[in-house]
Structure formats: C-alpha cells, structure tokens
Design a protein around this ligand. Structure first.
Ligand code: G6P
Length: 369
C-alpha cells in the first residue's frame, strides 16, 4: 500500500498532487489551441442533438453535483442553453418534466451511484438523450448512457473526491465550449482565449500546489474550530460548496458553503471572533462585490482566510490570511481555486487525527439508496 501511495502519507494527498497530470490527461487528444480545436470523440454522433438542445439537465450526487453547478455557469454563459442541476436522488422521485429535446448529463466518478443510475433510467424512459461524464471506464452509468466523455483522471482511492472533481469540471467545460462553438454563441476571440487557458491549466495547478506549506501552517491555526463558513460568488460559488463538503467529510467540522451575497440572509448571524470564513475571492467579474462581503465579515470580527489571484494587494490588507492562485480565464477559475481548499481540509483532518482516506460513515461509491 505504501508503494501505491507513491511516498505520500495518504491517497488523498497523492491524488491532490496528481492533479496537474490528471487534468492534463482529461484534455489529452481533445484540445489544441494551435489548431483552434476541441473534440470530444464520444459526443460526435450526438453533437447535433447537443447543438439543438432546448435544455440541459445535469444530474449527480455529492462532489459530482458540485461539478455540475460549475458546468451550469459555463454552459449558460457561452452556449446559451438553459441548464438545471439536480440532485439525482430528488430528481428521480419528483415526477420531473423531461422532453425528448432535453439533454441529460449524468456526472459520476464511480459510475455506480444508485440514485444517479435510477435518475438516468427515468430520463431515458421519457425520451431524453443521456450523456455521461464518468471516471471509471465501463461502469454501469457509462453503459446506461447514449454518449459521453470519460474524465480519465485515473483511479481515485481517497473517499473524498479531489482529482475526479477537477477532471469533471475540465471535461464539462470543454463540452460547454464545444456546444458554444457549434451553436455559434461564442466569439472567435473568446473561444481562442479559452483554448489557451485550458492548455495552461496543468502548469497553473502545479503553481497552486506550491502553497502547500503555507496552507499547512493555516490549518494548524484553525484546526480546533467548530464551524467554518465558505463563501464565493459566480463560478466560485460551487467551489465554496465543494470546499465546505471536503472539510465536513474528512475532519468532521461543521462547514457551510454559501453564495457570498446570501450571507446577509442568514449566515451573517453566525459570525463572531471565533468564526473562520473562507472566501474564494479571485479577480473576476464579482471581485468588487466580494471585497465588500469580506468587509462585512471583518466588521463582525470574523476570521478571514481568502483565496485570491496572485498579486492581489487589496484583500491582503483585509484578510488574516491569503492564499494565492495564478490568474486564469474566469470560467476555469474553479479548477484552480478548489486546490487550496482540498489541501486545507486535508491538513486540518490529519492534525485532528482523522482517517482521511476512509472517513467514518462514508463510502467511496454509494450503490444503495
Ligand atoms: C459518495 C462519495 C463522494 C462522491 C459521491 C458521488 O458520497 O463519498 O465523494 O462525490 O458519492 O459519487 P460518484 O461516484 O457518483 O461521483
């Protein structure tokens, strides 16, 4: 087992550090900025269907559902197709409206999650075309779908999903850009910028991982907290949810992810000098808004840890700790911003003596209801 961990103390840490490679693998042979091309071979037969889709319904559970939320932003922004992201477990029992013009995208690392599989069967029976975004080749979900794209992240052993998430977001983002190009809803300029941004992402993940020692230091300061709040806006809202989920799963600290602007409708009541608040506050279209959210937390003496874009000076003056990630295209920010949050939860859990690879009560894949 120690050989399989490749010198890392846990599978989770190994998998976090594998992300420059796993994300690269998820793009391999599919994207070329030089040629101005993105191709997802597994969708070729259904590209017309995707181009003409009236609506996309995304299904998943847990971390895969969070990847779906990121996809909602990018599909709507660039492909201009309305998207709904659904928990598979709710969808299957709700008598949902499904039309033959709908495309359903089912996301699953394991490809075996019972609720996701059942939701697919329901959508199929109503005539929808189903795409799969799965990691495990040949699993039940990819076999049940009409088409799809594997994430190619390699085996994920740690129960808390890390590299599967970044690969899912990468593949879903590529899918959205393929759809946008084919529908003619994206300008050539933005298309080219995005392609270049995809190609640069693995190196930038590597740079984001360089904050490892600093994150360990921050983890030591906050390891005894009883609650955590994670806040983000836009593309970083799903990242806030995923950061909170990681912490809950492996450290057993109560954590909530929230859209930063919703804070004033509830969570702000929780803020006092004991409450760590993790902001995902990169330089993007909601930057100014999130800066004022940070001020609101500071005014109530909350302890702010902020994930910021390299070189940010303003937030550095306001937050107790900042963790820098490289700048990228706004739509691809989640792939970088989640990295420090994975590391933060990992180190906090290790310092609390938790079994990070096999947290209590959780399973890697939930094949029963
Ligand atoms: C379990 C795992 C999570 C995972 C979820 C969905 O709860 O512990 O890490 O996100 O199932 O799994 P899937 O394999 O469908 O992505």
């Amino acid at each position: 087992e120690s050989i399989e961990k490749g010198g890392f103390e846990h599978f989770m840490l190994k998998e976090i550090f594998e992300q420059p490679k796993s994300v690269k693998d998820s793009m391999r042979g599919r994207i070329s900025a030089e040629k101005g091309q993105i191709m997802l071979g597994g969708l070729r037969e259904y590209l017309d269907k995707l181009t003409q889709a009236q609506r996309i319904i995304i299904l998943g559970c847990g971390t895969s559902w969070h990847a779906g939320l990121v996809a909602e932003y990018i599909f709507e922004e660039y492909a201009r197709i309305p998207v709904e992201v659904e928990y598979a477990s709710e969808f299957r029992y709700r008598n949902p409206v499904i039309n033959p013009e709908d495309i359903v995208i089912a996301i699953s690392q394991s490809g075996e999650t019972a609720d996701t599989l059942a939701a697919i069967e329901l959508a199929k029976s109503k005539g929808a075309v189903i795409f799969g975004v799965c990691n495990v080749v040949g699993a039940s979900i990819p076999r049940a779908t009409h088409a799809g794209a594997y994430t190619h992240a390699g085996p994920e052993i740690g129960v808390a999903s890390t590299k599967a998430f970044t690969a899912q977001v990468t593949v879903l983002s590529m899918m959205a850009i393929v759809a946008a190009k084919s529908r003619g809803t994206i300008s050539d300029k933005v298309y080219r910028e995005l392609l270049t941004a995809f190609e640069d992402i693995p190196v930038k993940i590597q740079q984001a991982l360089n904050s490892n020692a600093q994150i360990k230091y921050i983890a030591d300061i906050f390891k005894d907290a009883r609650n955590f709040l994670y806040l983000g806006r836009g593309y970083n809202f799903p990242v806030a949810l995923e950061g909170a989920l990681k912490l809950k799963e492996i450290s057993y600290i109560h954590a909530e992810g929230y859209p930063a602007a919703e804070m004033k409708h509830g969570p702000i009541a929780l803020i006092d000098e004991e409450m760590p608040v993790v902001f995902i506050a990169t330089k993007d279209s909601s930057y100014e808004k999130i800066v004022s959210n940070i001020q609101e937390v500071r005014a109530r003496k909350g302890r702010v840890i902020a994930v910021v874009t390299e070189g940010d000076q303003l937030i550095k003056q306001m937050a107790e700790f900042v963790i820098e990630i490289p700048a990228t295209h706004e739509a691809l920010t989640p792939i970088l911003a989640v990295i420090p949050l994975q590391l933060l939860s990992y180190y906090i859990a290790v310092m609390r003596g938790c079994n990070v690879d096999q947290p209590r009560n959780l399973a890697k894949s939930v094949t029963v209801e």
